[in-house]
Unconditional design. Sequence first.
Length: 295
Amino acid sequence: TTEMANQEEAEIQISELDLLSSMFPYEEEFAVTDQLALAELKHYVENESAEVPSSKVQFILNVKTEVPHASMVEFSMACALPFKYPTVLPEITVRSSLLSRTQQILLNSDLKTYLMQNFSGEPCMLSAREWVKDHAAAYIDKDLSSSSMTASDATQSEVTTFTRLWIYSHHIYNKQKRKNIIDWAKELSLSGFCMPGKPGVVCVEGLQSNCEEFWSRVRRLTWKRILIRHREDVSLEGGGHAEIQKQRKFPTLEEKCFDAHGARGNHMDLGQLYHFLEEKGCADIFQMYFGVEGH
């Protein structure tokens, strides 16, 4: 049940925070900035409350590292753990007074890529800290002017991330939800597909901010269980309309019904789903959803 999954995620978060505080006992290395959220999370785990915590636990990890030709530099990692962490990635922003805005954007996007490729679904705060310790200093000397990136380009490139979300739901039958999914995707210029039935699969792709808006609307509807099974992010240089179109694997968002079988005629033919994904070059996703090699 979601309840159990939530409990488990919350417990993982608490044990990871305990580990961090025992490894970094000094405030200047590790400090929880939102004590209330932490208290809520503990309260939730001890089962005194079925209330899901209302805010994310936030904390700062400071990392000192040596830089060639300079003594020590401090990088500050401002972190927030979404409630579904570690199923989803932590939110981390690394800053240092020695980084230009462009260097900072690049550093943070590289860190996110590293975490995305190596830790889907596992606690990764210590690994993130290690990565910053080992790599962050190199960004201070990165001369990004050679690629003639000005601050405005940097914000430009920060804005254009192409995202594809693979959403899994216990089931999707409700006509209104199915209509919402299609209408919202259209409104937000997202393509992909929705496979109703049990399980329900939704894939949306397009601008990152639009995918996130879509997800925040969809998850607010009532579901027995819904989660992002996998997420793909591609940073687009320049990121114009043509670049985005080039990344798409699906022309529009449509509902795909693969011949149903089963008592209520609601179980989708997963073999057909597999072939459909294979045609679109997404066969590996099948395994993420169903944990088996597709056939």
